[in-house]
Design a binder for this molecule. Sequence first.
Ligand code: NAD
Length: 459
Amino acid sequence: MSQPVSIAVVGSGYVGLVAAACFAEIGHKVICVDNDESKVKMLREGGVPIHEEYLPELLARHRGTNIEFTSDLRSATKRAQAIFIAVGTPQSKTGSADLSYVDAVASEIARSIDDYKVIVEKSTVPVYTNEWIRRVVERNGVARELFDVASNPEFLREGTAVVDFIHADRIVIGVENDKAGQVLRDIYAPLTSGEYFKLDHAVPGDLTADTPPALLQTSTKAAELIKHASNAFLAMKISFINVVSNVCEAVGADVEQVSKGMGMDSRIGPKFLKAGIGYGGSCFPKDVAAFRYVAEQLGVDFDLLKEVEEINEEQKSRFFQKVRSALWTFRSKKVGVLGLAFKGGTDDIRESPALDIVHSLLKEGCSVVAFDPAAIDRTKEVIPPSEKMQYVNDAYAAAQDADALLILTDWHEFAELDLAKLHYTLRYPIIIDGRNLYDPAQMIEAGFTYLSVGRPAAQ
Ligand code: NAD
């Protein structure tokens, strides 16, 4: 078996907590740090603050043995050989990434370094951040030979985060010398050697002991750029297919057929070619903006990314116009909404296109009755329940006596609704599907007026 490494993970959010649980799962000793005392308390008491498949099981398996929780970064730093920074890097007013949390954590780490440590950027950060962290640590009086700064960007997707982490397409480590590279290779060895996949309790997924994840070692700058360029490229793919869907609507073709035909080309691939109401979430919008900002600062023309952003905004407006075309007027209408999270499988509502549409409906004077399998509590914090905004516990309650039903998030369960029941539950049998979860022919058969994205309307 590989040797355990002592690891501190700073930031116990979607990335930090999942990474910490997975590091514990593959045999390391992990201290999970957060400055949100209530989160630390909840985690210590057995709670799980986010909705992610397998995360509760992993935390239950390792809590008190391989993983512990604290708000004391300094003592965690002293005990760890590798310290992963996984705090937020939100968008600032200029579009650039706000790195103040990373800066604060780096200074605090520096105050407790007394033997060799590898400080690892796990957060998504612009190129040169590595350099800045090094400077901050040195400014705080730490000798150069006592630390290295490495980059290990994270590619997990919310909703499938644990599986993505363990069964990664690739693990990228950006280092400037082999000493730091060795620490990171040791950390991932249980995965890259295939050892972990031989265990009975291994998290299921595509990879096996014979096909373990690939590890790519690069410079720190290249690793930072791999993350930004990957997210920008995926956002571009979504915006591309969304424009194609608009062309499809204009000529009466079905975008699902078009994207299937495109995706069968192995040079293109089928993923992220799903037309819809635009991308959202805590990553794509801010990472596209941050990458654009980086290019601009370097004097590189990357207006392509500006276009990607504009298309994304336009896609939400187009969907809203579709709702208007079905309802005619909004005031005093009641609209059922299925989905608040930015995508299925998560409770994350950050930059959710679904919420933008709910806000527009409320602004126009509609009443909204919403259901989401995981994101209601978080949504209530930004749109409190009121006479105009109600939250219910299942999809049929959202449809009850509604003038139309909107599907805004691609939860699996929204694709498996009892259509006959929906038909008699709705006031008018109108469904406007922003995620193309149903076959238009099936919806006509079931008696609905059905509008979706990039496909001929069915009524
Ligand atoms: P998050 O907001 O869910 O979590 C960040 C955590 O850091 C919070 O719990 C916060 O309390 C904690 N924190 C902030 N300042 C701290 C400090 N000084 N000391 C200790 N803890 C502190 O964020 P996230 O979604 O996990 O994202 C973290 C980073 O990972 C971002 O850079 C993001 O772009 C990147 N990323 C996110 C995803 C994703 O799907 N969410 C995927 C890949 C990469």
